[in-house]
Ligand binder design. Structure first.
Ligand SMILES: [Fe+2]
Ligand SMILES: [Fe+2]
Length: 166
């Protein structure tokens, strides 16, 4: 059996985030539908479109390493998304629904940020400049999304969550 080196790890982690992104793509419209705040809804819809582009970028990275674009079950994202579903269920029609949804969306972004941050570093170490640039582009989008969500939380969602329903 061949020894597992950093390129094995890079490939495995690429499969992990590819699986995660495709799960996230399916989950974002559900979260957008559930959101009450128009700003949160719009942010989640915008990020769904960005996620499609991110999946394409990952396919380009697979191409660069000469491997088929294939995912590998990512238990972490399954868990994070399951918690989001739980919030949608348990907080349905309640003032704190959006605050919970937004927090769930930020948990997703933070998972992505750690993955893309690592993959970008590894791509650089492995001398794959083009792959690193693609991964960095997505990393910037995830970080911006996280910041936008914080802005929405501060502007409206957290305050609304403290009010009791009229
Ligand atoms: Fe993403
Ligand atoms: Fe994201």
């Amino acid at each position: 059996m061949a020894e597992k080196t950093l390129d094995t790890l890079f490939h495995d982690t690429l499969k992990d985030i590819y699986y995660a992104e495709r799960k996230i793509l399916k989950s974002l419209p559900k979260m957008a539908r559930a959101a009450q705040s128009p700003e949160l809804k719009a942010a989640l819809e915008k990020h769904k479109d960005q996620t499609e582009g991110q999946i394409e970028r990952l396919q380009q990275v697979f191409e660069l390493i000469g491997k088929p674009a294939r995912g590998k079950t990512c238990d972490a994202i399954e868990g994070i998304l399951a918690e989001g579903e739980e919030i949608m269920d348990e907080y349905k029609d309640n003032p704190a629904l959006d605050a919970g949804l937004l927090a769930a969306a930020q948990a997703v972004e933070h998972y992505e940020i750690t993955r893309y941050g690592t993959l970008k570093r590894w791509a650089l170490v492995l001398g794959m400049k083009e792959a690193a640039a693609l991964l960095d582009e997505t990393l910037q989008e995830e970080a911006q999304t996280d910041e936008d969500l914080t802005g929405i939380a501060d502007a409206a969602v957290n305050a609304a969550a403290m009010k009791t329903a009229a």
